[in-house]
Design a binder for this molecule. Structure first.
Ligand SMILES: *Cc1c(COP(=O)(O)O)cnc(C)c1O
Length: 379
């Protein structure tokens, strides 16, 4: 069976975890601090805050951006449901805007149409690793005095206009879940260039505690901590950070390898006219966290049937990105939502296996299996 994804973890990561366990510093210690420094340097952001996952990263970003009950935040419905959930956590309302059919990234004009007097922020998702047009959304945010938050869960290692994702705006949230390009089991980051955001997020991720464990441990004087505001436990452990440091060293290589496989898919499928392949325009650099193909209505096989047939032949696939507004948790509230482009894109796209290392036989098998079901011979 060819799986949809596989984390790239080696004996090096295992050794790093082992060594960290034996040091006795297993959370909020030197490895977390080192990983934060290295992640900030890698992305080009001034600061990086390590947290337990991207969902908690998004929650903290909402809080420091000042999003509150009664506010509205515009985001795509077509995203993993955690995007919309993070807006709900602060009592605000997700307002769903459409995506572009070509990139599945948020449509800037539809976003502008959905701005009201209650809109506080835009939550911009870089869909499955393909950067959205950050500059266009920053301009929109500035014009209406809104906060821009990036959901870059899938986009570690991607770049936009020559800068790594994480360097462009005030709040960028990443995931280190095994389904993403590098992983610490679970884990997340927020990058920021603002010192005030940085300090507050460090506080909030650790119960609002005024002194962190490391400072207290290293102090020659007895220090008593205070809890300055109601915080959370959104910590990353040092064991995870030790693994993450090794993963980060490999990130650019992993991205290059992923891109080679994506290009092989591209070459193999580009002449099939009833499908649409991912496109990377000038200035955009994707890590190909997923390779998603859109099946046009002229495609001779339905998406679900294709998924089953490929699975029967030992190739796992996934449906395209979901839509939040049609999930049970949202569908009553959003019964009137009109998002035809997002629904069509979600219903007609299929994600193919892509991981590192992926043998050329496996790449070939995916290509052949896909082709054998979508290309009906013409006599
Ligand atoms: C995976 C994902 C998340 C959630 O990340 P976790 O680390 O699992 O919390 C959020 N947003 C998007 C777009 C994702 O793909």
């Amino acid at each position: 069976m060819i799986p949809i994804a596989k984390p790239y973890l080696t004996a090096e990561e295992a050794q790093a975890a082992y060594d960290t366990i034996l040091t006795g510093w297993i959370t909020q210690g030197p490895k977390v601090a080192e990983f934060e420094e290295k992640f900030a340097r890698y992305t080009g952001a001034k600061y990086a805050v390590a947290v337990s996952n991207c969902t908690t990263a998004l929650h903290l970003a909402m809080i420091v951006a000042g999003v509150k009950a009664g506010d509205e935040v515009i985001c795509p419905s077509m995203s993993y449901v955690a995007t919309a959930n993070s807006i709900k956590y602060v009592g605000a309302k997700p307002v769903f805007a459409e995506v572009y059919p070509k990139t599945y990234n948020l449509d800037v004009e539809d976003t502008e149409r959905k701005i009201t007097s209650r809109t506080k922020a835009i939550l911009l998702v870089h869909q499955i690793g393909m950067p959205a047009d950050i500059n266009a959304f920053q301009r929109l945010a500035d014009k209406y005095n809104l906060k821009l938050i990036e959901d870059a869960a899938c986009a570690a290692g991607s770049a936009y206009q020559g800068g790594k994702i994480g360097s462009h705006s005030e709040l960028v949230c990443f995931s280190l879940h095994p389904r993403k390009v590098i992983s610490t089991g679970d884990g997340g980051f927020i990058t920021t260039n603002r010192e005030d955001y940085y300090q507050r997020m460090k506080l909030l991720r650790q119960h609002g505690m005024s002194v962190n464990d490391r400072v207290r441990h290293e102090s020659a004087k007895v220090i008593f901590e205070d809890h300055i505001e109601v915080g959370y436990n959104y910590r990353m452990t040092d064991i995870q950070a030790a693994v993450g440091i090794k993963q980060l060293e490999k990130l650019d290589w992993i991205v290059e390898e992923r891109r080679k496989i994506a290009m092989q898919y591209h070459e193999a499928f580009r002449y099939i006219d009833f499908i649409r392949l991912p496109t990377e325009e000038e200035g955009y650099f994707s890590n190909y966290q997923s390779y998603s193909i859109y099946l046009k209505d002229t495609c001779p096989i339905s998406r679900n049937e294709l998924m089953q047939k490929m699975l029967d032949e030992g190739v796992a696939t996934r449906r395209g990105i979901m839509t939040a507004h049609r999930e049970t948790a949202y569908k009553t509230e959003y019964a009137d939502a009109s998002l035809p482009v997002s629904e069509d894109a979600a219903d007609r796209s299929i994600i193919l296996p892509l991981y590192v290392p992926m043998s050329s036989e496996d790449v070939k098998k995916v290509i052949e299996t896909f082709k054998s079901h979508v290309l009906v011979p013409v006599f």
